[in-house]
Design a protein around this ligand. Structure first.
Ligand code: MRU
Length: 345
């Protein structure tokens, strides 16, 4: 397996693979302070729910390092502001708020210590979040592999691989596991307009790993499903409400509707850190709307007339009724989701 270092923290610098540049160039984006981390998340240098969470945690480490020499009152005040800023760098993926919440708790629990000691605790917590994500992905992959049949053809949407996490991936982690355990699988990857995470990132990972696959335009999926060419659909998640409604990359909902119509199993693969236990249903999930140029331009080339208005939501919500199961690191959750999700809290 190729080792993809999506996120690396070394010598007080956070190194990120610049996912805006893949697949044509492989560049590393360096964050030297938390503001650069904030920018990197917002501008999608790094993307994918678990990757955003781990990145934000290191953003907090960089903030603490910067404010080490402040007096106690200013240290806590400035840390609070940095945490607030990072917390809103993107709105939909709950792993971001989850990671920031965890860092906030560490500061709170250790506030009697010296600032240097608090900094050490923050650093340890970020490393723990990083380590846990990798372990979680491997566990999810093992659970998920149980539902993948020998010779299965899998359809996936957006990027859910090593690039979207600390490593291995969520839905693409299951694909990796099936491939490495010798199942002769085949993958169709949606290109995922408008940011093309499927073609830029998923296809890049599939090629790196030599996993048999084809890239398709998003509008091909319905035909493949109707024609019986897809055995199972695996996607990731950015936020799962406590009733099972799931926000994921725009286009996921459409896939789920077609899958239901043609009885194709539709699975979400996500760590329990993506579950928002406090949220009753998907109606409450804030859906990020991104810049219109993501739709009107490709690589700086204009593909729409000047003056056209654009609607560009980055995510949609798939209702729990369309979901066959949610594959987590603790096992596969099935309906009734309301009861079964709460068991993992
Ligand atoms: O806008 P992005 O690229 O951050 O969106 C990513 C997705 O929607 C992924 O499918 C999701 O985060 C699950 S990835 C492990």
């Amino acid at each position: 397996m190729k080792k993809i270092k999506t996120i690396e923290f070394k010598n007080d610098i956070l190194y990120l693979i610049d996912q805006r540049r893949l697949p044509t160039s492989y560049e590393i984006f360096k964050c030297r302070d938390y503001r650069e981390v904030d920018y990197a998340i917002n501008d999608m240098v790094v993307r994918g729910a678990p990757a955003i969470g781990a990145t934000a945690a290191y953003g907090v480490v960089l903030a603490a390092k910067e404010f080490l020499k402040e007096d106690r009152k200013d240290f806590f005040k400035k840390m609070d502001k940095a945490l607030d800023e990072l917390n809103v760098s993107r709105p939909t993926a709950v792993n971001l708020m989850w990671a920031i919440g965890r860092m906030r708790n560490i500061i709170e629990e250790n506030k009697e210590l010296t600032i240097e000691e608090i900094y050490q605790k923050i650093r340890e917590e970020a490393d723990l979040i990083y380590k846990e994500d990798l372990e979680t992905n491997k566990a999810m992959a093992k659970h998920g592999n149980q539902i993948i049949k020998e010779g299965a053809t899998i359809l996936t949407h957006c990027n859910t691989g090593a690039l979207a996490t600390v490593g291995y991936g969520t839905a693409l982690g299951v694909v990796r596991e099936a491939h490495y355990t010798g199942k002769k699988i085949f993958v169709y990857a949606d290109e995922t307009r408008p940011r093309l995470q499927g073609s830029r990132l998923t296809a890049w990972e599939l090629v790196q790993e030599k996993i048999p696959s084809k890239l398709i335009a998003d509008n091909v999926a319905a035909t493949l499903i109707r024609d019986g060419k897809i055995d199972v659909i695996l996607v990731g998640a950015d936020r799962i409400a406590s009733n099972g409604d799931t926000a994921n990359k725009i286009g996921t909902f459409m896939l789920s509707v077609i899958a239901k119509e043609y009885n194709v199993p539709f699975y979400i693969v996500a760590p329990t850190t993506t579950i928002d236990f406090g949220m009753k249903s998907g109606k409450e999930i804030e859906i990020e709307e991104r810049n219109s140029t993501e739709v009107t331009h490709i690589e700086g080339i204009v593909i729409a007339p000047e003056g056209i208005e654009v609607y560009n939501p980055a995510f949609d919500v798939t209702p729990w009724e369309n979901i066959t199961g949610i594959i987590t690191e603790k096992g596969i959750i099935k309906a009734p989701y309301k009861e079964n999700i709460m068991k993992w809290r």
